[in-house]
Write a protein that binds this ligand. Structure first.
Ligand SMILES: [Zn+2]
Ligand SMILES: [Zn+2]
Length: 303
């Protein structure tokens, strides 16, 4: 049985290159595949491997003094979730383009709200608060908390875009949510720095909430950046709903594709009826026309 783990920690790393080298060694030795980002601000990883290999990896990870208290989320894998192993040293472990110096979760971040606490906030109905989904729009379309506010982002680098959307909530209680928590650490700090007063972040992310309360308040499935695309819990549960809809025709669908125009490559849901025979689709008519013209002029030049 293979396992997939998801983990991150914001902690000062003095020598990211050295850590990357060590990670490379251990991952290769254990036959793990996946993605690990390392920066001076911390580490963010998701890898898959055989159950025993993953256990050994976690033990090794926690043997680093900075990572002893690392929260590692484990789920079942299929063995082919990642095509390869990629370990990179970057400026940020989640790129916000605002600069790690201006947005340092070690200094400023929202208050942590556990899955249990959010669950009781939702079900008590006595507290006024707003769930703001800090994931990208296309992720939110495959599954989201009922009544949550979409970020309006296509990429976390557009973080600035959430401000006008949330302006009216500046003095309300906000709970930010994202897949595993790593983006919320920055996003919640960003809101605090921009005049929001009462900002919480869902601790350990939607993945933990779904595990503890499957098919309750988070509707649909969780988008993940690997071969699984969408991840669901207890799919036989009659309460499970498919919330994904084809961007073209509105039919229920969970079929994510990239726009066939290589200059666009937009990621969106497109049902089986709306793709061409070879599974291609265009996000807009504009892309379809642009692509057609480009192909046509190419053919002309070729003749
Ligand atoms: Zn369709
Ligand atoms: Zn497009």
């Amino acid at each position: 049985m293979s396992k997939i783990i998801l983990y991150y920690k914001y902690v000062r790393i003095d020598n990211p290159q050295k850590l990357a080298g060590q990670q490379e060694l251990i991952c290769k030795k254990l036959g793990l595949k996946g993605r690990i980002l390392i920066a001076e601000e911390g580490i963010n990883g998701t890898v898959e491997g055989a159950d025993v290999a993953i256990q050994e990896y976690i033990a090794d990870l926690k043997s680093h003094p900075e990572f002893t208290d690392m929260n590692v989320k484990i789920s079942d894998g299929v063995g082919k979730t990642f095509p390869k192993l990629s370990i990179k040293v970057r400026k940020e472990i989640v790129s916000s383009h605002l600069g790690a110096k201006d947005l340092n979760p070690i200094e400023v971040t929202g208050k942590y709200l556990s899955a249990e606490d959010l669950h009781s906030w939702i079900h008590d109905k006595s507290k006024e608060f707003y769930i703001v989904d800090m994931r990208n729009d296309y992720e939110q379309k495959g599954g989201h908390f009922a009544g949550s506010i979409f970020s309006g982002m296509q990429n976390f680098r557009d973080l600035q875009k959430v401000l006008p959307r949330l302006k009216h909530l500046q003095n309300k209680t906000i709970v930010t949510v994202c897949t595993g928590g790593v983006r919320c650490e920055k996003a919640s700090g960003f809101l605090l720095k921009n005049g929001f007063n009462d900002v919480y972040q869902l601790k350990d992310g939607i993945v933990t909430y779904m595990e503890k309360f499957p098919n309750e308040d988070f509707l649909g499935k969780l988008y993940v950046f690997d071969g699984r695309v969408l991840m669901g819990f207890n799919l036989n549960d009659p309460r499970h709903v498919v919330v994904g809809k084809c961007d073209k025709c509105g039919e229920t669908s969970e079929n994510y594709i990239n726009c066939a125009d290589p200059l666009c490559h937009n990621h969106f849901i497109c049902c089986k009826k709306c793709v061409t025979k070879n599974g291609e689709g265009f996000c807009t008519l504009k892309c379809r026309i642009k692509h057609g013209i480009r192909k046509f002029t190419k053919e002309l030049k070729g003749n």
